[in-house]
Design a protein around this ligand. Structure first.
Ligand SMILES: C[S@@+](CC[C@H](N)C(=O)[O-])C[C@H]1O[C@@H](n2cnc3c(N)ncnc32)[C@H](O)[C@@H]1O
Length: 211
């Protein structure tokens, strides 16, 4: 059950997403790629609902999001953090996107559950303390593997990493495949590809608490 403030902000995001979907349909792909920073590039409703439910079921208290964009997925993960009594740390490169997201989350009464980081997530992850219970990786696709390497030693036992865009857009498939292989090479994840939204690789750390 979402509260009224959450529902109002979500409705605004969905309206913007519908307008952008129309633009994606009517504009040549090359032009849209050049304008990608104007777009939400969001995980979508199905994936966001799934991730929220998963984070709550995990009882995740330290959540991390790589790639805030305009804050669509942030809204759901912050709401999960409110339910678990935890906090979401979210990273974004673009100041304007972060400012927009901050305003939306404040309106949704979720500001107290978010720690905002501005800059290159790959570099900023060095300063992030563990232990992390839940991660959404959704920044530019060539950065998934370096982010995984930085996150891995900071993960709590039975931490969950969800990585978006494993199936779509198709141009991301080589990076997605490299990420999925890197997860397997770590040797301590139970991992599977889920056909939810744009394709989520869901990886649960199988490390024993005594390891
Ligand atoms: C696909 S969008 C994220 C969408 C968001 N998770 C959602 O569902 O609403 C990817 C975002 O990652 C950001 N990004 C790309 N590289 C980054 C980096 N090195 N550090 C932080 N953010 C980055 C981009 O600016 C972009 O806003």
């Amino acid at each position: 059950m979402a509260d009224q403030a959450f529902a109002k902000v979500l409705a605004r995001y969905e309206e913007r997403a519908a307008q952008e979907a129309e633009l994606w349909r009517s504009t040549p792909p090359g032009e849209m790629f050049a304008r990608r920073d104007e777009m939400l590039l969001h995980v979508g409703a199905e994936a966001a609902e799934f991730l929220r439910a998963l984070a709550v079921a995990r009882g995740a208290r330290h959540l991390v999001e790589l790639g805030t964009s305009y804050g669509y997925s942030t809204l759901f993960l912050a709401e999960a953090a409110r339910r678990t009594g935890g906090k979401l740390t979210t990273f974004e490169l673009d100041e304007n996107k972060q400012a927009y997201a901050r305003a939306q989350l404040a309106e949704a009464d979720l500001a107290d559950h978010v720690d905002w980081k501005l800059g290159d997530a790959v570099a900023l992850l060095d300063e992030l303390a563990g232990e992390i219970d839940f991660v959404l990786i959704d920044l530019w696709k060539d950065l998934y593997v370096p982010c995984l390497d930085k996150l891995h030693p900071k993960l709590a036992t039975q931490a969950i990493i969800a990585a978006d865009n494993m199936l779509y857009p198709e141009m991301s498939r080589p990076d997605a495949e490299a990420y999925r292989q890197a997860v397997r090479d770590k040797g301590d994840f139970q991992s599977m590809l889920l056909p939810i939204g744009s394709g989520i690789e869901l990886s649960c750390l199988w490390r024993s608490p005594t390891a």
